[in-house]
Design a protein around this ligand. Structure first.
Ligand SMILES: Nc1ncnc2c1ncn2[C@@H]1O[C@H](COP(=O)(O)OP(=O)(O)O)[C@@H](O)[C@H]1O
Ligand SMILES: [Mg+2]
Length: 249
């Protein structure tokens, strides 16, 4: 098996949903180095979420070879997932949910959510670590359903940080946020990448939602990667501009 030093290495990957004949993502070739901050953009249905779920082994790829942390994904999916923080798309919560922020954050580590749980010193260390990274330590004992959109997104990111991941996968974390919350999350992601050395792969459907720390953009369309390169080159590319103009029609 070809080995390498990339954090993500996908070669000719297809992923097909059960019962489908045609792969939803098709011949994906993607190599990401440790420490990069990369955004994937593309319109709805392009295959962005499918790609993230193929990377963390929630979906099984049907062709090609996928290595994460230099390990084949499906053979090592439980081990791999321990080092991946995943923030899913459109996570809704009942405004009366009986959980406090600390319960939600700890569920990122334990996989389970429970209120009135007894937290050990180690758990508290973890809650403090994860919540202080997103600047939300004062929210530990607040009900999760009462937060603003931006605060809630920070708690979801904090939850993903509870397992001290090397790789953070974020699915449209900036959608549904007002301008000032979006700027706060962008700053937070820049810092997690630069200061805490977490590799970030972030999905967005909007070319204008790209944090300054992100230097590379991948464009997906109909299950394929159609462009991959330096952020400024992609943003200034006439091809991409025309492509998105046509997409929006
Ligand atoms: N669980 C599923 N079963 C079958 N098809 C799916 C499933 N999830 C997504 N799809 C299809 O796969 C394609 C890509 O979806 P998705 O990866 O969610 O795109 P994006 O995140 O870019 O909006 C869409 O055509 C969608 O309908
Ligand atoms: Mg999606």
């Amino acid at each position: 098996m070809a080995k390498n030093n990339y954090i993500i290495s996908l070669e000719n990957i297809d992923t097909t949903y059960q019962g489908d004949k045609i792969p939803v993502i098709n011949n994906i070739n993607l190599k990401i180095e440790y420490g990069e901050f990369v955004s994937i953009i593309g319109s709805n249905g392009a295959g962005k979420t499918t790609l993230l779920e193929t990377i963390n082994g929630l979906l099984t790829y049907s062709k090609g070879l996928g290595l994460i942390f230099n390990k084949e994904i499906m053979e090592n999916k439980y081990e791999i997932r321990k080092k991946i923080g995943y923030v899913i798309q459109n996570f809704d919560i009942d405004s009366n949910a009986p959980f406090l922020c600390k319960d939600v954050v700890m569920s990122g580590k334990t996989g389970k959510i429970g209120s009135f749980r007894f937290y050990s010193k180690e758990d508290w260390d973890n809650i403090w670590y994860s919540m202080s990274l997103v600047g939300m330590i004062d929210f530990a004992n607040r009900p999760i359903g009462k937060l603003s959109g931006g605060e809630f997104q920070k708690i979801l990111i904090s939850r993903a940080l509870a397992q001290k991941p090397d790789l953070l996968l974020l699915d449209e974390p900036l959608s549904n946020l007002d301008f000032s919350s979006r700027k706060q999350i962008e700053k937070l992601l820049n810092r997690l990448n630069k200061k805490d050395h977490i590799t970030i792969l972030m999905v967005s459907h909007d070319l204008s939602f790209i944090p300054s720390g992100c230097k590379r953009i991948i464009v997906m369309h109909k299950g394929k990667i159609i462009s991959d390169g330096n952020k400024n080159e992609i943003i200034n590319s006439k091809f991409i501009e025309n492509f998105f103009k046509n997409e929006m029609k």
